[in-house]
Design a protein. Structure first.
Length: 138
């Protein structure tokens, strides 16, 4: 079995951003030369997420509004975690959206269902954060 590891680095201009990273993961898969296996993609920070869904602007907007209702950023004083930072809401948003995804690799391609794309969700941006791509297989 072979393995391949790559990191993506993001520094988003906004506190919350949603970035389609499918093409970057596909490029990593091509570099790996793995034809059959699994691809793990995970956010390496506790205030960011990796998830799979449709790349449709309305859905991304709906996600953002829904998450802000579930865990609003303000007032920051309502969270006990916000003693040195103001990112308690980002931790909660990440918990809902998830840490990672695993996608099957078949014939050297990500084996997606209809409309599936991989996204990086940032909930406490404006600083560098990493995403791990780990590919294993033959």
């Amino acid at each position: 079995m072979k393995s391949y590891r790559e990191e993506l680095v993001f520094e988003t201009p906004h506190r919350r951003d949603y970035i389609n990273i499918t093409s970057q993961v596909e490029k990593a898969l091509q570099k790996s030369k793995i034809k059959e296996g699994l691809c793990l993609v995970n956010a390496m920070h506790i205030t960011a997420s990796v998830y799979i869904n449709d790349d449709e602007d309305g859905l991304i907007h709906d996600y953002d509004e829904w998450l802000e209702k579930l865990a609003p950023h303000e007032p920051v004083s309502k969270y006990r975690h916000n003693t040195g930072e103001d990112n308690a809401d980002a931790h909660m948003k990440r918990q809902v959206m998830g840490r990672e995804v695993v996608v099957a690799i078949t014939d050297g391609k990500l084996d997606f269902g209809p409309w599936e794309q991989i996204f990086y969700g940032e909930f406490d941006g404006r600083r560098k954060k990493r995403v791990l791509i780990k590919i294993i297989g033959e």
